[in-house]
Write a protein that binds this ligand. Sequence first.
Ligand code: SAH
Ligand code: SF4
Ligand code: F3S
Length: 468
Amino acid sequence: MNEQDVREREEQLSYLERCRTLFAQLYEETPQTACVVTFGCQMNARDSEKLIGVLRTVGYTITESEDADFVLYNTCSVRDNANQRLYGRLGTCGGYRKNRPGMRIGLCGCMAQEEVVRKKLGESYPFVTLLFGTHNLYKFPEYLYRLLSGEKRVEEIWNDTPNIVEGLPTERKYRFKSGVNIMFGCNNFCTYCIVPYVRGREKSREAADILEEIRALAADGVTEVMLLGQNVNSYGLGLEGAPSFAQLLEQVSEVEGIRRIRFMTSHPKDLSEDLIRVLRDNEKVCKHLHLPLQSGSSHILKAMNRRYSKEKYLELALHIREEIPDLAMTTDIMVGFPGETAADVDDTLEVIRKVEFDNAFTFIYSKRPGTPASCFPNQPDEAYVKEQFARVLDLVQETSKKRAALLEGQVAEALVEEVNPSDASLVTGRLSNNMIVHFPGEASLVGSYQTVTLKKCKGFYYLGERHA
Ligand code: SAH
Ligand code: SF4
Ligand code: F3S
């Protein structure tokens, strides 16, 4: 962090202290609950850990229920259904207010950056009295202080910021694993995507700051980290003397106590040979690569501004498969981009068949206001999309089942994440390749690494048995 970032952090830490004092005075007799509802990607999940860290420090009791004294929605706007879902939730939450005088409802995250959303909130959901965006999330203590001191409504949205302010309290969902932001924003401007507009320009954190955070996490019991960025392969852009992403992975792997390293997301256009080498040779780097394809049709990829062709993607993916046969490769695929035809989807199916993804997230293209593709001609019709989506989904399921079956009977190491929520005699573990295994075990195993035989493949997960 530069000097200004440090000053900003100090200022927010001082607001946090003032919040604590004020909160204690106001609510000495009436304990207060707070709930943070998270939508969207890993970045938002990590941001919510920061929001919860602040709320807990101030004195709130954290709950999962939105029937609480303070509810904060950390939102996603990547597809329209994410926005619509949020409005539904806000409606329900508005209902709780009737029985809760003094209840506060706030909204932050990617939707808050959209002007159309802010307008709609003002018109239809006036009970949302705290609104801040993605660039000024670190100012949450200050905004909370203003609310607690009696301000009726706090709204502050920035369009961008050069600052990277970290180091406020966070509360991790898992004590043994954590996301770590290595960069923010995105410069790629894929024509369908709203992320560059709501998250701003790409900014990388200093490697020293990242490593310091990871050392602190390790000292606090974390053994698995996931390095987060919209396009981790371009890590370091604009930072003088920064390591490449592959070098950063090597440096992280040297942190004592860290046993597993994951990362999200890799853009195919920037994936280096060095990264493939580190994925192959570094034992701590998990054998999983999420490599979003979006479409297998070169002309659709061009219209999407993805900056690779079908052939380039195939060449890269098959090269990685050859170098690292035990790596799981997953992807994102979109159906129904403007101008797409069944012949384009044939190309997508061909790529799926050749690469045999271990898993794929399939999405229906959603028109996002302000993105170039929202003005493209030939927006898809519903019947076409339904039919093509089913074709993609069927094949994706078939190939991922086939890949998963390959590991049946093998022995692997699993990090135990939780007691199985639907069967308390089982625990759920995650393998290096990101697959899930359920096996008999008890709560004391959570956070530990266990050697497990993958006895039965159930499609997307395994049933296993732990070695004593
Ligand atoms: N930075 C990542 C993607 C982040 S968004 C990358 O480049 O791969 C996660 C996924 O949401 C994308 O991979 C894409 O498949 C999907 N997505 C993004 N915008 C979308 C839209 N307008 N409609 C449907 N899916 C979309
Ligand atoms: Fe969106 Fe493309 Fe950036 Fe990913 S790389 S966040 S899809 S603009
Ligand atoms: Fe959604 Fe924002 Fe992430 S739009 S996918 S929460 S960056």
